[in-house]
Design a protein around this ligand. Sequence first.
Ligand SMILES: Nc1ncnc2c1ncn2[C@@H]1O[C@H](COP(=O)(O)OP(=O)(O)OP(=O)(O)O)[C@@H](O)[C@H]1O
Ligand SMILES: [Mg+2]
Length: 274
Amino acid sequence: MFDSAAGRETLLEINNIEVIYNHVILVLKGVSLSVPKGGITALLGGNGAGKTTTLKAISNLLHSERGEVTKGAINYRGEPIQKMDPASLVKKGVIQVMEGRHCFEHLTVEENLLTGAYTRTDGRAAVAQDLEMVYSYFPRLKERRKSQAGYTSGGEQQMCAMGRALMSRPETILLDEPSMGLAPQLVEQIFEIVKAVNEGEGVTFLLAEQNTNIALRYGHYGYILESGRVVMDGPAEALRENPDVKEFYLGMSEQGRKSFRDVRSYRRRKRWLA
Ligand SMILES: Nc1ncnc2c1ncn2[C@@H]1O[C@H](COP(=O)(O)OP(=O)(O)OP(=O)(O)O)[C@@H](O)[C@H]1O
Ligand SMILES: [Mg+2]
């Protein structure tokens, strides 16, 4: 079990970063966060809050989007990683699972998983062993291993993308919106697997989620982003009990459950934006 009081080593440290798209659109306005080894850290926030941008800033995927980190620092194990290309970062142990679960549609599930091992140099036997490791967490992928990825379900594709990341033997996975477009039961299954991989393999997660409820149930610590700023952070348990989080993100209040529409109309009252 993860114990936040145990004073874990910090793997990833983001210090006051600013991200600008197309030279003019300021999207992240001084975001700082730290990701402890062995934990599940949740990056929360609604549509367009800046979650994906933060993950892409870490894994250096902003260039293709005409985005740039213009201020601040990003360190992994105390080393600056801003100049590192995504492949070198994978070798360092950091891999991103993109939003929208990108699998190679024309390859089979197993071929997709094997592409995840491309940066490895430790031989076929080790890769074969890890394929079995991945199948132990994702039995569904084993059943579907000969199927063309493009014909598998959304949940299976999410699993395939996560399994492929695991094949690089990462220390840290940046997981973007794993719940997107999946039925609640499947979302629960995916998060159970995240938990199992975190506990069983010791993989550290930084996961971006709009689904605050599930992310705070499985995450150990959370950061809430709004319009490119961290507006609140704390241990998941504390955030779950926080009245503002309950009202604005979990759709609950003293009076009981609120509909999303009600919550939206109450947004003006938000203390942290005042
Ligand atoms: N390539 C881009 N060029 C210009 N603006 C962009 C680009 N990508 C994202 N943005 C803007 O940056 C802001 C943050 O977007 P981002 O995708 O990081 O949010 P998000 O929190 O991941 O949202 P979602 O939950 O919808 O995925 C949004 O206002 C978005 O319109
Ligand atoms: Mg996003």
